[in-house]
Write a protein that binds this ligand. Sequence first.
Ligand SMILES: NC(=O)c1ccc[n+]([C@@H]2O[C@H](COP(=O)([O-])OP(=O)(O)OC[C@H]3O[C@@H](n4cnc5c(N)ncnc54)[C@H](OP(=O)(O)O)[C@@H]3O)[C@@H](O)[C@H]2O)c1
Length: 233
Amino acid sequence: MADLKGKTAIITGASKGLGAALARRFVEGGAHVAIAARSKAQLEKQAKEYPDQILPVPCDVTCSDQVKTLIEKTVNQFGQLDILVNNAGIGRFGTVQDLSEEDWDQMMDVNLKGAFLTSKFAIPHLQQTKGHIVNISSVAGTVTFPKGSGYCASKFGLMALSDVLSQELKKDEVKVNTICPGSIQTEFFETAPSYALTAEQVTEAVWHMVTAPEGVIYNQIIMRPQVPPELQK
Ligand SMILES: NC(=O)c1ccc[n+]([C@@H]2O[C@H](COP(=O)([O-])OP(=O)(O)OC[C@H]3O[C@@H](n4cnc5c(N)ncnc54)[C@H](OP(=O)(O)O)[C@@H]3O)[C@@H](O)[C@H]2O)c1
């Protein structure tokens, strides 16, 4: 069975939600994992469970100095970098006339610029290991909806960044994987629909991407919860 023994991953936005579930799955699969987010206490709590395998690194992905330090600390600690998961993300929703400029800027900074910065500084290491960049996009990166201007634009932007990265890194055999989930049961929404995907279901799809057989790249996965017929619009 595939595993991640001997591999090192960085997962951003890993203080809770999908990022925390991914970290758990990767660690259980044998990887060393640097978990990054702004909430130091939450990162340290997770690291206590797997002190030999998890490195907690407080990091705001919008700050290039902090991102540089994240990559350096990870490589210093574990010797290499095989997988970068760009998972940190925020969602602010409202019509264009109601959405604040600050919310727009924050979504662009975290969801899009954050992935640019981490990729930029991780690429030299990923070229050495022929590793993976996994971008956590969203169904909102493939279709738009009212009140989603900033979120959809940031995730459509992330899709474009993924596409460019996959073309630029093809020659180095660095695999670029993008996953576009529908609603997930995390704290991202105040109330997620009852039928929303679990973080573990999304994690399992990411697991398949990063453990794909030699010679196979899962470029993109779009996954949605199956909505019970009585709740369909
Ligand atoms: N939940 C959904 O329905 C859904 C659906 C499709 C896609 N997604 C995507 O899945 C990803 C994970 O979302 P989630 O549902 O797990 O949300 P979540 O539970 O709200 O977690 C978001 C994570 O991002 C981190 N984060 C936010 N701003 C950050 C920053 N500036 N620097 C570093 N980390 C930052 C948060 O940690 P700190 O606050 O500690 O920094 C937290 O760990 C996001 O990219 C989201 O867009 C979510």
